[in-house]
Design a protein around this ligand. Structure first.
Ligand SMILES: Cc1cc2nc3c(=O)[nH]c(=O)nc-3n(C[C@H](O)[C@H](O)[C@H](O)COP(=O)(O)OP(=O)(O)OC[C@H]3O[C@@H](n4cnc5c(N)ncnc54)[C@H](O)[C@@H]3O)c2cc1C
Length: 416
C-alpha cells in the first residue's frame, strides 16, 4: 500500500542560531514546523561564540556595523526585530543579560545557556528537529518543496534555508546550502573568510611572535586607504591577529580574492599625535649614558625594539645621544607606519564568519522571501551580510531568523 506523504507547513534547514530562531517564531505564529539538521546536535557554533561566553548582541547598532554588497539590506530586518527585541526575547526564554561596554553576554557566562534556552523553547513549542539528516537535493514541485534525504523525502509548503556560510566547518556550516540554492536559480556572491587572521610577508614575524600591543592598523588596497582600526594587535609567527585585524579582514580577503595589492600600516604609538612622538623620542635620545636600544625600553615591547632599530638603520649599541635627527625621523616612520604586505588570510576553519553569500537583490528585504522562488526564505550567515566583531553576527542571525520565520508563517496563513 502506498504510504501517505507527510507535508509540513514549514521546513527549516539548519538548526544554528538563525534556524532555531526562525523555527521558534514560525511556531509561535501558529505554523507546523520541522527542522532538518545534518549534524548530530543543534547550535554547535553557538558554543564557540565569544570564547565560550557568547557575545549575543551589542547596544551600539547601526548599518555601519554590517557589510555586504548592500549593507542597507539589514535596515528593515533590524527594525522588525531590533536590539531591544533581542534582549526581551532572550530574557523571556531565560537569558539574564550581563553588559560590558555595550557588549551583551548571558549572566551565566556560558554560551551553552543560549543554545539550551533556544532548544527548551523549541521543545515547549513542540517543534521537531531531525538530526543527522543529510540533504541530497531540494526542489520545488508544483506548490510543494521536496527535500530528498538519506532518511526519505520530506515535503513542505515553505522552505526556510538557514545553513550558515562556510566558517568553522566543524560546527556544520560546510557551504552545502549554497549548492541547493544555486540549483534553484539563486546567485551566490563569492564567499571569503571574515573575522580572521591575516598572513604577512616578513622573516621578522618569527622574532616577534607572541607580542600583544595597542596599535592602530590601517588597511590599504591597491594603495588606497580603506579602513583603520585601533585595539590590541597580536603578532604571530605567520602575521597579524586580534580584534582590530579581524575587523579589517573581510576587506583584505575580498581584495586578495580579486588579486589586488593588500598591505597594512601599523602605528605602534596610536595615543600620540603626529609631532608628539618625534618630540618624545628626541628627548629620550638626549639622555647621556644609554644605548639606542635602551632609549626605547619602557615604550615598546622588548622584542620589538631591535626590529624597529634595524629597519630604521640604527645600531642598537650606539650611544643614544649620537643618533642623528635624520635617523630619528626614520625611526618615527618605522614605528608609525610599520609596513606589512598581506599575502593571504587564514582559511575558513579559523574564521568567525563568511563574507559573501546569497545575493540580497534576489531576496525581499522586508520578508526575506526569495524573489525567484515563492515560499523559499533565508536567514543568517548564508545571506550576503556579515557583521563586525562584537555581537553583530548573532544579532543578524536572531533578527533575520525571526523575520523569516514569522513571514513564512504569515504566508502559509494567507493561503489557508
Ligand atoms: C569561534 C567563533 C566565535 C564567534 N563568536 C561570536 C560572538 O561572540 N558574537 C557574534 O555575534 N558572532 C560570533 N560568531 C559568529 C556567529 O556565531 C555566526 O555568524 C552565527 O552563529 C551564524 O548563525 P547561522 O545560524 O546563520 O549559521 P550556523 O550557526 O553556521 O548554523 C548553520 C546550521 O545549519 C546546519 N547545516 C549546514 N548545512 C546543512 C545542510 N546541508 N543540511 C542540514 N543542515 C545543515 C549546520 O550544521 C548548522 O547547524 C562566532 C563564530 C565563530 C566560529
Amino acid at each position: 500500500m502506498k504510504q501517505k506523504r507527510k507535508i509540513s507547513e514549514i521546513i527549516v534547514v539548519g538548526a544554528g542560531a538563525a534556524g532555531m530562531t526562525a523555527a521558534i517564531f514560525a511556531a509561535r505564529a501558529g505554523a507546523d514546523v520541522l527542522v532538518l539538521e545534518h549534524m548530530e546536535t543543534a547550535g554547535k557554533k553557538i558554543l564557540a561564540t565569544g570564547n565560550g561566553k557568547c557575545n549575543y548582541t551589542n547596544s551600539r547598532q547601526g548599518v555601519e556595523n554590517y557589510y555586504g554588497d548592500d549593507p542597507a539590506f539589514v535596515l528593515q530586518i533590524m527594525e522588525r526585530f531590533s536590539f531591544t527585541d533581542t534582549l526581551s526575547f532572550f530574557e523571556e526564554i531565560g537569558i539574564y543579560p550581563r553588559e560590558k561596554d555595550g557588549y551583551y553576554y548571558p549572566a551565566s557566562g556560558q554560551a551553552s545557556s543560549v543554545r539550551e534556552v533556544l532548544l527548551t523553547e523549541l521543545g515547549r513549542l513542540d517543534v521537531k528537529i531531525i538530526y543527522n539528516c543529510a540533504i541530497r537535493s531540494i526542489e520545488k514541485q508544483n506548490d510543494l518543496f521536496c527535500l530528498e534525504t538519506k532518511s526519505g523525502n520530506f515535503y513542505s509548503k515553505a522552505c526556510l534555508m538557514a545553513t550558515g556560510g562556510c566558517a568553522a566547518k566543524k560546527t556544520g556550516s560546510d557551504g552545502s546550502g549554497f549548492l541547493y540554492l544555486k540549483k534553484m536559480g539563486h546567485h551566490v556572491i563569492p564567499v571569503v573568510p571574515a573575522l580572521v587572521q591575516l598572513q604577512g610577508k616578513g622573516a621578522f614575524f618569527k622574532e616577534i611572535a607572541g607580542i600583544r600591543a595597542e596599535a592602530m592598523i590601517k588597511l590599504y588596497i591597491d594603495d588606497h586607504p580603506i579602513l583603520a582600526e585601533r585595539g590590541e594587535l597580536q603578532l604571530t609567527d605567520f602575521g597579524i591577529s586580534g580584534i582590530p585585524v579581524f575587523q579589517l579582514s573581510r576587506f583584505a580577503a575580498r581584495a586578495l580574492n580579486e588579486s589586488k595589492k593588500v598591505y597594512v600600516q601599523i602605528d605602534f604609538s596610536p595615543e600620540l599625535a603626529k609631532e608628539e612622538l618625534r618630540e618624545l623620542l628626541i628627548r629620550r635620545y638626549n639622555r647621556e649614558g644609554i644605548s639606542a636600544n635602551q632609549a626605547l625600553v619602557g615604550m615598546y615591547n622588548r622584542k620589538l625594539i631591535p626590529l624597529f632599530l634595524r629597519l630604521a638603520d640604527i645600531e642598537e649599541t650606539v650611544e643614544a645621544a649620537k643618533v642623528s635627527r635624520k635617523q630619528l625621523s626614520r625611526l618615527v616612520k618605522v614605528i608609525r607606519e610599520f609596513h606589512v604586505d598581506i599575502t593571504g588570510t587564514k582559511k575558513f576553519d579559523a574564521a568567525q564568519t563568511t563574507a559573501g553569500g546569497v545575493d540580497t537583490t534576489e531576496i525581499n528585504n522586508a520578508t526575506l522571501e526569495s524573489r525567484l522562488v515563492s515560499g523559499l526564505y533565508f536567514a543568517g550567515e548564508m545571506i550576503d551580510i556579515d557583521g563586525r566583531c562584537g555581537g553583530y553576527n548573532l544579532q543578524w542571525a536572531w533578527s533575520s531568523g525571526c523575520v523569516a520565520g514569522r513571514s513564512a508563517a504569515e504566508k502559509i496563513r494567507e493561503k489557508i
